[in-house]
Design a protein around this ligand. Structure first.
Ligand code: DP6
Length: 314
C-alpha cells in the first residue's frame, strides 16, 4: 500500500450499446457491447490515504461533494470494495476534462479511473480483467473504459459476474473520427440505471434487442477488421436507433431526443444523400455523436461549425 496514487481513464462511446441488465446490483448486462475510447477525454483521479478521519472525502472538479450527494454515496460504495481495514479512509480528487454538458458519460471514465487509483493506493496488483470487473460494479460502461481503442464487453454467464468484463480489440483505425455535438437547452432526463430497468420491464420490444445486439456486434467486429466504414456506420447507427426505439416504447415513454437532436439527425441523413459518408450514434441524452473518416472532415465542419472532432487512434 502507498499513500497516494493517481490514475487516468478515457471516456468511451458505444457502437453497440449496453442496454438492459440481468443483475442490477452487479451491473451484469443482457448483451455484449462494443465501444471506442476517446483518447484525450476522460477522468483523472487521485486517491490519498487519510489518517484519523472517520469519513471519506470527495472532490469533483476541485469542488467538495457533500455526503448527501448521490455521487458521494456511489464513490463510497465503490471504495468499500477496496478497504483492507474497516478503518481505511480516503480522499478522492476526481477531475473530468470533458464538460458534463457534452453528454459524454463521465461515469464510465470516472469509475474506471477510481478503480485503477484505489487499487493502486491499496497495492493491489490487478490485471485488466480484474480492473474491468471492479469498474463494472461501479457503472456498467466503466468496465470498457479500463482499456484504450476498440473494446468489447463480454456479458458473461456467471451469476457472480466474474466473467463479465471488457477486453480490447487489437485493431486500430487512424482515419476514424468522432464528432461531438453539444446541444443546449436540454432538460435533465432519466438516468441510464432507471431507464434500462424501465425499458426491460415495460416494453415487449425489448425482447428483440438481445438478438440484434449480438448480430450487430459480430458485424461491427468484422467491419473493424476490414476497415469497412460504411458497414461500421450503418451498424452503429441502426443499433443506436433500435435502442432508442425500445426506450420510446417504454412506459412512461423515455424520449431522450430534443428537437435539436432530430434536426441534427436530419442534417446527417441529408449529408449522406449528398454523398458524404457520416453516421450518428446517441446515448441516454440529447447529444448526437457523429462517425466519419478524415477525408470528409471539412464537409462535416461546414454543416456543423460547432462540432468537436476527436481523432480516435494515433
Ligand atoms: C446508453 O453504464 O451509465 O450509454 O451500469 O447503470 O451505471 P449503469 O449504466 P451506464 O449505461 C450506459 C448506457 C449507454 C450505452 C452504452 O454506453 O453502452
Amino acid at each position: 500500500p502507498v499513500d497516494v496514487f493517481e490514475a487516468w481513464a478515457p471516456v468511451n462511446i458505444a457502437l453497440c450499446k449496453y442496454w438492459g441488465k440481468r443483475d442490477a446490483a452487479l451491473n451484469l448486462p443482457v448483451n455484449d457491447s462494443l465501444s471506442v475510447a476517446l483518447p484525450d477525454k476522460g477522468t483523472r483521479t487521485r486517491v490519498t490515504r487519510l489518517q484519523g478521519e472517520s469519513k471519506d472525502i470527495v472532490f469533483l472538479n476541485d469542488q467538495p461533494v457533500s455526503e448527501a450527494d448521490g455521487f458521494y454515496q456511489k464513490v463510497v460504495a465503490h471504495l468499500n470494495l477496496f478497504r483492507l481495514d474497516r478503518g481505511d479512509r480516503f480522499r478522492i480528487d476526481t477531475v473530468n476534462n470533458i464538460a458534463t454538458a457534452a453528454g459524454l458519460a463521465s461515469s464510465a471514465s470516472g469509475f474506471a479511473a477510481l478503480t485503477r487509483a484505489t487499487a493502486g493506493v491499496q497495492g493491489f496488483n490487478l490485471d485488466g480483467k480484474a480492473l474491468s470487473i471492479l469498474a463494472r460494479v461501479g457503472s456498467g460502461s466503466a468496465c470498457r473504459s479500463v482499456f484504450d481503442g476498440f473494446v468489447r464487453w463480454h456479458k458473461g454467464e456467471a451469476v457472480d459476474g466474474m466473467d463479465s468484463c471488457a477486453a480490447p480489440l487489437s485493431q486500430v483505425w487512424p482515419g476514424l473520427r468522432l464528432g461531438v455535438l453539444t446541444l443546449t437547452g436540454a432538460a435533465k432526463k432519466v438516468g441510464s440505471r432507471e431507464g434500462m430497468a424501465r425499458t426491460v420491464e415495460t416494453t415487449p420490444l425489448y425482447s428483440a434487442w438481445p438478438a440484434q445486439a449480438e448480430a450487430d456486434i459480430a458485424i461491427l467486429e468484422q467491419a473493424i477488421v476490414d476497415r469497412d466504414f460504411e458497414l461500421l456506420g450503418v451498424t452503429a447507427e441502426h443499433n443506436a436507433m433500435t435502442m432508442h426505439a425500445t426506450m420510446i416504447a417504454s412506459w412512461p415513454p423515455l424520449l431522450y431526443w430534443e428537437p435539436e437532436s432530430v434536426a441534427v439527425m436530419q442534417k446527417v441523413w441529408q449529408l449522406r444523400k449528398d454523398g458524404v459518408p457520416v453516421y450518428l450514434t446517441m446515448d441516454a441524452g440529447p447529444n448526437v455523436k457523429l462517425l466519419f473518416e478524415s477525408p470528409v472532415e471539412d464537409s462535416i465542419r461546414q454543416v456543423f461549425p460547432d462540432v468537436e472532432v476527436v481523432k480516435l487512434f494515433p
